[in-house]
Ligand binder design. Structure first.
Ligand code: GDP
Ligand code: MG
Length: 301
C-alpha cells in the first residue's frame, strides 16, 4: 500500500483494551472496528474471552484485543480465568489502551495501570463516556489531572457509545505500532467463528433479560449448526450453575426463554444477514464456573 517514495512506513500490531469492568471496553472495540464483535451489557464482567477485531487503515493495520475487566476479587475459577485472559492479552500487545470513565478514577483503574506497568507495555489512555461527563467544565481539568499518574503516550477523550473522537483514537494507536507489514490478510475482521459469535449474542440477550437474578452463572454453547429449508438452524445449550436457576431462566410458562430467543434471533438475523432458527435448551452443570474442566470445555481457560 505504501508505494516507493512514500515517507510513512506501514505499521501493524496488537492493541489491547484493558481496564476495570464496565468502563466501556467492548463498546469501544465495536466502535473502533465498526462491527459488533464483542457483547455489551450494563453489567460488569460481561466479556469473558479475548476478542480480536482487525482494522485496516491506509498505512496501518491494528489488531484490537478486547479483554475481560481486571478485578481483584477472583475467588471463582471463572474469574481467575478471566483475569488470566486479560493479563496474557496485555503481555502480547504492542500497545496497551487503558480505558477509564470520564471524571472518575477508581482503585480498579490503579489496578489496571499496575498490570500495564508490570507487563511493561507502553500505554495510551482512552477516557471514555465523555458524552455523560457533567458538568462539562470539569472535563479539561480532569484530563490534565491524569498526566501525572503515568507516562502515557497520549490521553484521548472519547465516547464509544456516540462514536465521538473514535477516529482520533484509532489514528493515535496506529501511530504507536511498530513498523511491520500487515499481520492478517485483508478482509479478516476477527478470528472467532460463527458458533462462538452466535453463542455470545445469545449470552448478551440472556444477560440483559436476567439482570441480577442469576449472577454470573450462565454460559452458552452452540451444539449444532445446520442448514434447514434456507434457514440457519441453531441448537444452543444455556448452562446454569444449579438446578434452582433453571426455572428462573425459563420463566413462567417459558415466557422468559421465549423473549431471549426472539431477541437473539432478531440480532442474529441482522448480524448474519439471513434468517436464523434458534432452539434453546437450559441445562444444568453444577458449579461449572468453579470447575476447571467445564471451563475448558466452554472455551474459558
Ligand atoms: P466493558 O465491561 O468495559 O466491556 O464495558 P461495556 O462495553 O460492556 O459497557 C458497559 C456499559 O457502559 C454499557 O451499558 C454501555 O452501553 C456503557 N457505555 C460504554 N461506552 C459508553 C459511552 O461512551 N458512553 C456512555 N454513556 N455509556 C457507555
Ligand atoms: Mg466487555
Amino acid at each position: 500500500m505504501t508505494g516507493p517514495g512514500t515517507a510513512a512506513a506501514f505499521r501493524s500490531g496488537f492493541a489491547a483494551l484493558v481496564g476495570r469492568p464496565n468502563v466501556g471496553k467492548s463498546t469501544l472495540l465495536n466502535a473502533l472496528v465498526g462491527e459488533k464483535l464483542s457483547i455489551v451489557t450494563p453489567r460488569p464482567q460481561t466479556t469473558r474471552h479475548r476478542i480480536l477485531g482487525i482494522v485496516n487503515l491506509p498505512a496501518a493495520q491494528i489488531a484490537f484485543v478486547d479483554t475481560p475487566g481486571l478485578h481483584r476479587e477472583a475467588r471463582r475459577a471463572l474469574n481467575r480465568a478471566m483475569n488470566r485472559t486479560a493479563t496474557s492479552a496485555l503481555e502480547a500487545a504492542d500497545v496497551a489502551v487503558l480505558v477509564i470513565e470520564a471524571l472518575r478514577w477508581e482503585a480498579g483503574d490503579d489496578l489496571a495501570l499496575e498490570r500495564i506497568a508490570r507487563a511493561r507495555r507502553p500505554a495510551i489512555l482512552a477516557v471514555n463516556k465523555i458524552d455523560r461527563a457533567r458538568p462539562r467544565e470539569r472535563l479539561l481539568p480532569f484530563l490534565a489531572s491524569l498526566a501525572p499518574r503515568h507516562e502515557f503516550l497520549a490521553v484521548v477523550p472519547v465516547s464509544a457509545l456516540k462514536e465521538d473522537n473514535v477516529d482520533d483514537l484509532r489514528r493515535t494507536i496506529a501511530g504507536h505500532l511498530p513498523e511491520s507489514p500487515p499481520l492478517f490478510p485483508d478482509g479478516e475482521v476477527t478470528d472467532r467463528g460463527l458458533p462462538f459469535r452466535i453463542a455470545e449474542m445469545i449470552r448478551e440477550k440472556l444477560t440483559l433479560e436476567l439482570n441480577q437474578e442469576v449472577p454470573y452463572g450462565i454460559a452458552v454453547e452452540v451444539e449444532q449448526l445446520k442448514e434447514e429449508e434456507g434457514q440457519l438452524a441453531v441448537d444452543a445449550a444455556i448452562w446454569v450453575d444449579r438446578d434452582g436457576q433453571k426455572p428462573i431462566v425459563i420463566g413462567a410458562r417459558g415466557e422468559r426463554l421465549k423473549r431471549v430467543g426472539r431477541a437473539a434471533r432478531l440480532a442474529l438475523n441482522g448480524l448474519l444477514g439471513r434468517r436464523v432458527h434458534l432452539n434453546l435448551w437450559v441445562k444444568v452443570r453444577a458449579n461449572w464456573a468453579d470447575n476447571a474442566r467445564a471451563l475448558k470445555q466452554l472455551g474459558l481457560e
